[in-house]
Design a protein around this ligand. Structure first.
Ligand SMILES: [Zn+2]
Length: 461
């Protein structure tokens, strides 16, 4: 452990006790610090405690992590840096929770080495739109709803299970939009007692039912005080009932304006052009879904610097695959499913159009709901294979670009010294065959190994 890294650790640790009680403003800093403090095992990193490295096979929260004795070295065939670069002949050095070097392969002395032949190492995926707590009730095997009999304690467990399933599949950070069960799961993961991805959550959304602009500002203050990392706003109907606008310009101005005053980003559910246009004018940060957007609106998003987070496959595919578990609950009607069926080619066409809009930042999100957690990668495959996105651009959208959309691009989303050691290895090369993104064999988050499957083929060790 280098002195400088230990110094930073000490800094984080000294701040750790005060952050929770401190004023949460300015928000981006508070959010940022929480994620930094959430890098688990600070005492291990600069202490002298013994540890166990799992060098082949096995997985779990007790996997190897780097402590003071020696760094961990990851030696894949190639490295995608998350920003569009591809490197060979390099190894990644991890100390504690951080990447400390990207060095010439074989050059690091005294390290415990994870040989990962046949793999590509890249930053862990960042999904900017999931619903962490959505689940099928064990009793009924149907979507959790108001009629369900389970309580908050069960919902927290479902959220934890969904988090674990996503982490194992290579997702190391999620933005959940969002339920009250997210907060304890986020905090337990950040504290190191629960395996899962880093979680940012909106806790409770702004909807048309929230009320007039004053009510909306009060709501934003409330969820900010409750520890929300982001504000989620429903500004249009569901695609199942047409996707028309549900909030006025004044309501959106109030929601996104107040969010900014609280130092929070506002992400906006908006299917049709009018709702997205209002959100752009209100200074919101990101448009979710946007299946029905036209070119002029996509250009407006680019001009105004909003991120566009389209969901064009996993959400539909998962609903169709689990139709029996959704049908008859809320607006999951036969007609609603027909609307979704009709929306599939429209959403795909909108995505293709978006790819041609100069300066539009298309970020990775899936809208993972009950049944979809751990299948997030399917969205990337579809974007490339059906949408025509360049595979490297797809990888960047789920790593450095997604990190930037969260305001965390100096910490997450890249393979670079000083960044969080959130790293995954996949068999093959996703820039040649995007389907290799499914073949996750190694998952590290905050320097801890959660998955390390034997890589088939000859080992170089
Ligand atoms: Zn959603």
């Amino acid at each position: 452990m280098t002195a400088s890294v230990c110094k930073y650790r000490a800094l984080w640790r000294s701040g750790r006790g005060t952050t929770r009680q401190a004023s949460r403003r300015p928000r981006p800093l508070a959010t940022h610090l929480r994620l930094l403090f959430g890098l688990t095992g600070l005492s291990l990193a600069c202490g002298g405690e013994a540890e166990v490295a799992t060098l082949s096979g096995g997985e779990g929260s007790g996997g190897g992590r780097s402590g003071s004795e020696s760094p961990i070295v990851l030696r894949p065939d190639r490295i995608l840096d998350g920003r569009g670069g591809s490197l060979t002949g390099r190894e990644v050095v991890v100390h504690g929770e951080l990447i400390t070097a990207v060095a010439e392969a074989g050059s690091t002395e005294g390290a415990r080495v994870y040989d990962l032949p046949g793999t590509t190492l890249l930053p862990g995926l960042i999904d900017t739109h999931v619903h962490l707590g959505w689940h099928f009730d064990r009793e009924t095997d149907r979507l959790h709803s108001a009629a369900s009999t389970d309580g908050p304690q069960e919902r927290v467990l479902y959220a934890a299970e969904n988090g674990w399933n996503m982490l194992r599949s290579g997702v190391t950070t999620v933005q959940s939009v969002g339920g009250p069960e997210d907060s304890p799961v986020r905090d337990a993961i950040a504290g190191g007692s629960l395996p899962g991805p880093r979680v940012l959550t909106s806790i409770r959304p702004v909807t048309a039912g929230t009320g007039d602009p004053d009510d909306i500002r009060a709501h934003v203050d409330e969820v900010a005080a409750a520890g929300a990392d982001v504000i989620k706003i429903f500004a249009s109907e569901s695609i199942r009932v047409g996707g028309g606008p549900t909030l006025s310009q004044e309501q959106l101005d109030a929601a996104c304006g107040r969010a900014r005053e609280q130092g929070l980003r506002a992400v906006v559910h908006a299917h049709g052009p009018e709702s997205a246009r209002r959100a752009a004018l209100a200074g919101c940060a990101q448009i979710e879904h946007g299946a029905l957007l036209d070119r002029a609106t996509l250009q407006l998003l680019a001009e105004r610097g909003l991120y566009y987070d389209p969901h064009i496959h996993l959400i539909f595919d998962n609903y169709f695959a689990n139709a029996e578990r959704y049908l008859g609950i809320g607006n999951y009607t036969a007609e609603g499913f027909a609307q979704m069926d009709a929306a599939v080619p429209v959403a795909l066409e909108t995505f293709r159009e978006a790819l041609t809009v100069d300066g539009l930042d298309i970020v990775f999100g899936t809208d993972a709901v009950a049944g979809a957690h751990g299948h997030n990668w399917k969205e990337l495959v579809y974007r490339v294979e059906e949408g025509g996105q360049d595979p490297m651009a797809a990888v960047v959208s789920a790593t450095s670009l997604a990190a930037r959309s969260l305001g965390l691009d100096d910490t997450l989303g890249a393979v670079e010294a000083g960044f969080a050691a959130d790293l995954i290895a996949v068999a093959g090369d996703p820039t040649v065959d995007i389907r290799s993104i499914e073949r996750v064999v190694f998952v590290m988050r905050a320097g801890r190994v959660y998955r390390n499957d034997p890589v088939t083929g000859s080992s170089r060790r």
